[in-house]
Design a protein around this ligand. Structure first.
Ligand SMILES: Nc1ncnc2c1ncn2[C@@H]1O[C@H](COP(=O)(O)OP(=O)(O)OP(=O)(O)O)[C@@H](O)[C@H]1O
Ligand SMILES: [Mg+2]
Length: 294
């Protein structure tokens, strides 16, 4: 997909959970939430992972971040196999890969100030805070568009978009190379969403990090993705450069997904409507319609 050496590479990843239904054979029954998934992210690029709810996106993200062990497959980071990394190697990996989740309030300890939240990952890693905690926090706050004078405030004193910026500042603090955004903007209003996406893009330009960007909103994906991987029932059914996947989807499931989700990009929505009209005309020219309007 890319000629660059990948920053991250997941090969044939599998994650099985015990099947939830009971019964005498429940113990031996397994359910594959992630089934033979391979993906790569290059520095400076954004791979978007899309797919219906329950298709295995977050589980894939957890495997990539080593927050969960794989059932099978390998996780490589900067050319090193980190699938079973532990100790110092895992700590180093945890600094290099950061995850930003959907709900900023629940991922930020409400009793900690911004300063404590932002410096905690460094403290956890046993690293010195460059220039002292106050200065370091204020600089990071400025970089993510927050008022640096608010470093002593608590998460509840910020709006949703601002709280997500605190989460971004915290991820930035350790100097990551891969940032995983799991529905990181999904809970925000559309206008706030656009601002946070712009921030994520600017930071990527500045830092050159790779993003694994999970979102169910394809309009958001359109704004940020370099490549897109489409997941369904634990598998990647289609992958390619963003425009290829959006404009020429090869897989039937991808086509369904593209048609199902409401769009906010007016240009794209207009083209989609034109395409649909063209398809309807082709169908009716071909004879009695056997499908509903797609
Ligand atoms: N810890 C777990 N134990 C058992 N089953 C799990 C666990 N985590 C996820 N699953 C199951 O694995 C499947 C994939 O879940 P996952 O959260 O990865 O989906 P998703 O694509 O992120 O969905 P959404 O868009 O709703 O966030 C689901 O059927 C889910 O119930
Ligand atoms: Mg999820």
């Amino acid at each position: 997909m890319s000629t660059k050496t990948p920053l991250f590479r997941g090969k044939n990843l599998v994650k099985e959970f015990a099947a939830s239904s009971g019964g005498p054979f429940a113990k031996s029954r397994k359910f594959r939430a992630v089934d033979d998934v391979s993906l790569e992210v290059a520095a400076g690029e954004t791979l978007a992972l899309v797919g219906e709810s329950g298709s295995g996106k977050s589980t894939t993200a957890r495997l990539v971040a080593r927050l969960m062990d794989v059932t099978a497959g390998t996780v490589e980071f900067e050319g090193q196999d980190v699938t079973r990394a532990s100790g110092a190697q895992l700590r180093e990996f945890r600094g290099a890969v950061q995850v930003i989740f959907q709900d900023p309030y629940s991922s930020l300890n409400p009793r900690h100030t911004v300063e404590r939240l932002v410096t905690a990952p460094l403290v956890y890693q046993g690293r010195k805070v460059p220039g002292g905690a106050r200065k370091f926090t204020r600089e990071l706050m400025e970089r993510v568009g927050l008022d640096p004078m608010h470093s002593e405030r608590y998460p509840s004193q910020f709006s949703g978009g601002q709280a997500q910026r605190i989460g971004i500042a915290r991820a930035l603090a350790v100097g990551p190379r891969l940032v995983i955004c799991d529905e990181a903007v999904s809970a925000l209003d559309v206008s706030v969403q656009a601002q946070v996406i712009n921030l994520l893009r600017r930071l990527q330009d500045e830092e050159g990090f790779g993003y694994l960007f999970i979102a169910h909103d394809l309009a958001v994906v359109r704004q940020i993705a370099t490549s897109v991987a489409v997941m369904s029932q634990g598998r990647i059914v289609e992958t390619g450069l963003r425009d290829e996947v959006f404009d020429h989807p090869q897989d039937e499931y991808t086509r369904t997904l593209l048609n199902a989700v409401p769009r906010i990009d007016p240009d794209w929505e207009r083209r989609r409507q034109e395409n649909r009209a063209a398809r309807r005309r082709a169908l009716s020219a071909a004879g009695p319609a056997t499908e509903g309007a797609a």
